[in-house]
Design a protein around this ligand. Structure first.
Ligand code: PLP
Length: 426
């Protein structure tokens, strides 16, 4: 069978396909697997109970059947949009109206739209999406309909302490490189995008860094897209003291996935009406209308602020505890080795740097997989950078901390055993 160029591009072996395949296979496997590879959120009992109760309520009051019994408009479920408008205005006083919000089938779907709206072929030239900090979210890498249109610059790295301990580092945006980027000067950038907290590293761009990105985007008359999948106000898996800003040049993307509802595939875009209308038009063609069921669950939880309470009092403390456990286990495994951890500031992963690793992290991934432990190798996350001669891009791994303690213990023990052997053999 012959596929079109579009077909060939979207059926190639992408990083995201490897990740989702591994995840699905591990979950259905008879063999015990230490699943530190995927992006599934944790099952937190308190959070599960809240959803169980809400599900029972929306079945009893008819909102559940209503939400699956009719399409919404292409913009998305009206009641949910209105609950989001009230919630964001209550929390942040942004002065939103329903013209500022569109829903998508998960935020991955939103990025497919946004990157193809602002990156790709334009009437006069090609434009790329600028990712100011690599490593960035693997799921961006392959979404362009034709070609790959991402540009990034290598990060600055700074040794930092974490809770009084050494052995940590933090990526910082290299603003000199960014502000002097020829593509930006020549009008070849269609938008700037960053995830905050960042998947895969757990980095949180500081308020100063965000203000500079915001100014840069405004100067070049392009939007700043902020991927808030792990950010505030929900799921609020963020430990550093930062603020969230929105205005009409910012496109803020939210998701219900990391609050524990990835299966409802609900993404939320807060943006200028022009962008919201564009997303609605895309929704009509690609999906007719976005799914409504996530909104049916989240609407009552937004109205009484219990979603925010769950995020602040159950979700955030859970991941903070898991990050501390994973850090202490890694420190035990690598006492005498040159291993650094990215300062955990949020999200549901730790990013570990095996400095001078004698094999690539892709090879390390294969060896760990053979021993029943799944991680994601770092190569895939340097979207928009040529990593052939960039050794650091081949020396790190991303591991999920969303798993139960026992999985973390076993998985990290295997990582310790395999990596020490690699270093010792060199
Ligand atoms: N953005 C980031 C940073 C993510 O980590 C993910 C999922 O892992 C997504 C977006 C997409 O999430 P979803 O489509 O489930 O909303």
């Amino acid at each position: 069978m012959q596929f079109s160029n579009f077909g060939n591009k979207f059926t190639q072996k992408s990083g995201i396909l490897q990740l989702m395949d591994d995840l699905g296979t591990a979950l259905n496997s008879d063999r015990p697997i230490n699943m530190l590879g995927g992006g599934n959120p944790a099952r937190i009992p308190e959070v599960n109970q809240a959803y169980q109760k809400t599900l029972e309520q929306i079945v009893a009051n008819g909102a559940g059947v209503e939400s699956v019994g009719n399409y919404s408009t292409p913009q998305g479920d009206t009641k949910f949009v209105s609950a989001l408008v009230d919630f964001f205005n209550r929390e942040y006083n942004w002065g939103l109206t329903s013209d500022n919000i569109a829903l998508t089938n998960g935020s991955q779907n939103a990025f497919f739209y946004l990157f193809n709206l602002f990156g790709g072929k334009f009437a006069d030239s090609d434009k790329a999406i600028l990712l100011p900090l690599a490593p960035e979210y693997i799921g961006y890498a392959d979404v362009h309909v034709e070609g790959k249109h991402f540009i990034s610059v290598p990060p600055k790295m700074e040794d930092v302490q974490h809770e009084g301990q050494d052995g940590f580092y933090k990526y910082r945006v290299d603003f000199d490189a960014l502000e002097n980027l020829p593509e930006l000067q020549n009008g070849k950038i269609g938008a700037i995008c960053c995830s905050r907290p960042t998947n895969p590293t757990g980095n949180v761009l500081t308020d100063d860094e965000m203000a500079r990105l915001d100014a840069l985007a405004q100067k070049h008359n392009i939007p700043l897209i902020i991927d808030n999948a792990y950010g505030m106000p929900f799921p609020n898996i963020i430990y550093s003291d930062v603020t969230l800003t929105w205005h009409s040049n910012i496109i803020l993307c939210f998701s219900l996935s990391k609050i524990g509802l990835p299966g409802v595939r609900t993404g939320i875009i807060v943006a200028a009406p022009e962008v919201v209308q564009a997303i609605s038009s895309l929704n009509a063609i690609v999906n007719l209308a976005p799914t409504r069921f996530g909104g049916a669950i989240a609407t009552p939880l937004l109205q009484d602020s219990s979603l925010k309470n769950l995020a602040d009092n159950a979700i955030q403390p859970f991941y903070k505890k898991q990050a501390a456990l994973a850090v202490s286990l890694l420190k035990q495994e690598f006492k005498d080795y040159s291993v650094k951890i990215h300062k955990p500031e949020g999200a549901i992963f730790l990013w570990v740097w095996f400095e001078g690793l004698p094999i690539t992290s892709q090879e390390l991934y294969e060896r760990l997989k053979a021993k029943g432990t799944l991680i994601i190798p770092s190569e895939h996350f340097f979207v928009g950078l040529d990593t052939k001669n960039y050794r650091h891009a081949h020396e790190c791994i991303r591991m999920s901390i969303a798993q139960p303690d026992e999985t973390l213990q076993k998985g990290i023990a295997t990582i310790g055993e395999v990596v020490r052997k690699v270093y010792d053999a060199a």
